[in-house]
Design a protein around this ligand. Structure first.
Ligand code: 13P
Ligand code: SF4
Length: 432
């Protein structure tokens, strides 16, 4: 099966009357990512319509020698730089990266695994993170101070992470304080424990670390919530309402005890009574990649492929998770497919680069994306071999470009919350 990039180019070519094998959510996906560096958007793909904060980092123009290089030339240059840098360099790649980038990664994994991987090469002088901004910040905070973490394209952010900012979360916390007070419960627990999803800024991780809170990823969210309830009566979960709701629901928490906090409304749009009886307060954030999956797509897959196993990521809305056979992190999805008997059929609800790669790696199975429209994560898509070649060749010359560096005043409290997260390892999950 061709890579997502190749598929998109093929769709572009065939998008003539009478030839539409599939379609994309944006014809601009066929353009190079540097065409969007000057535009104040997340770029083409699933987050295209999401409002981007004016403070979101921008990528200065990529030099023309990289923009104009052919894929074969970039390949030669990247391999040569990697060979020259040897153990001074480690490249990390998230599962959602394009195959054209993943081929150079020393570690490929989900956000939990990559957070750990950042630590496994203490001798590497540079960690080039082919993922998104919050992942690179985390790698910076978990790596040695003299290691440089590099994000090849600074515009590779995350629209979900941007849905919660320090000011609005602090404002929410102060409003909760007024309603709930700060007294410990009779059994000695806090009124609220803040839990931030890994997909959040370093500042929000620090916010949690300063208030007895923690970070979670989609692979250890249940362990983190259990940990948080041992220490608090309620959890304020941000920014992804869906991961929070799906995880808490699976732990038996009733939906009416999980109000949503809308940062644009007083008390988040809730009554004081609802906040007092809440167990989990869900921030009004979501992932535009996973929001695309629907119950109708699952019904259609079941109708077309009787016996299909539907696996979705827990960033999908609750009705989609409920209608699926199983739900789990990207690593869970990878492991479920690796463990399946030959001839299995899977419909997957997660980012298309991972789904299409799994379909290529496991030709003995039938694997397809629930969504027939090709719509990658806009921000993961901003990393391209052109930027990788640019930062690697600079490293070879001793120059560090696009360094992600979290100030110690933020990193110290954020590390507290991250270290707790790393201790709460994902429970081994078995697909249904
Ligand atoms: P995981 O890699 O933790 O499953 O997260 C998916 C994701 O959306 C990363 O941005
Ligand atoms: Fe953010 Fe969603 Fe992209 Fe992950 S897939 S980086 S949550 S927008």
């Amino acid at each position: 099966m061709p890579s997502v990039d190749t598929t998109i180019q093929l769709i572009q070519i065939h998008e003539q009357p009478g030839h539409t094998p599939a379609s994309t959510c944006s014809s601009a996906l066929a353009d190079a990512p540097w065409n969007f560096d000057a535009t104040p958007t997340y770029g083409p793909g699933a987050s295209l319509e999401d409002p981007i904060p004016s403070t979101a980092p921008r990528q200065p123009g990529l030099p023309s020698e990289y923009r104009n290089a052919s894929p074969a030339e970039l390949d030669l240059r990247i391999r040569a730089a990697k060979a020259a840098l040897r153990e001074k360099l480690v490249i990390l790649g998230h599962f959602y990266q394009r195959d054209e980038v993943i081929q150079y990664a020393d570690f490929v994994g989900d956000s939990f695994q990559l957070a750990n991987a950042a630590r496994t090469r203490p001798n590497a002088e540079a960690i080039v993170f082919c993922g998104v901004h919050f992942m690179a910040e985390t790698a910076d905070m978990l790596s040695r101070p003299d290691q440089a973490v590099i994000l090849p394209n600074l515009a590779a952010g995350c629209s979900m992470a941007d849905m919660a900012d320090l000011d609005s979360v602090t404002d929410c916390w102060e409003q909760l304080d007024e309603i709930l007070g700060q007294e410990l419960t009779p059994d000695g627990r806090q009124q609220v424990i803040p839990v931030t999803y890994m997909n959040s800024s370093a500042a929000l991780k620090a916010f949690c670390g300063e208030r007895g809170g923690v970070v979670c990823t989609s692979s250890n969210a249940a362990q983190v919530l259990t940990w948080a309830f041992e220490r608090g009566q309620r959890v304020l979960f941000f920014p992804d309402q869906h991961l929070g709701r799906n995880t808490a629901k699976a732990m038996g928490i009733p939906l009416d005890l999980m109000p949503v906090w809308n940062p644009n409304l007083p008390l988040g749009g809730n009554t004081p009574e609802a906040l007092r009886s809440a167990r989990v307060l869900l921030w009004h954030g979501y992932c535009s990649v996973h929001k695309r999956f629907t119950v109708e797509q699952i019904a259609y897959a079941r109708q077309r492929h009787p016996g299909v196993h539907v696996i979705v990521h827990p960033e999908c809305p609750m009705p989609v998770v409920d209608a699926a056979d199983s739900a789990g992190s990207t690593d869970f999805i990878v492991k479920a497919i690796a463990a399946a008997p030959a001839g299995s059929t899977f419909a997957i609800g997660t980012e298309i680069n991972l789904v299409q790669r799994l379909a290529s790696q496991y030709p003995q199975h039938t694997i397809f994306c629930l969504d027939s429209i090709i719509c990658p994560c806009s921000t993961m898509y901003r990393i391209h071999p052109g930027y990788l070649a640019w930062v690697l060749e600079a490293l070879e010359r001793g120059e560090i470009l696009n360094r992600i560096s979290v100030p110690e005043s933020i990193a110290v409290p954020a590390r507290l919350a991250l270290e707790t997260m790393l201790k709460l390892s994902p429970r081994p999950q078995t697909p249904a």
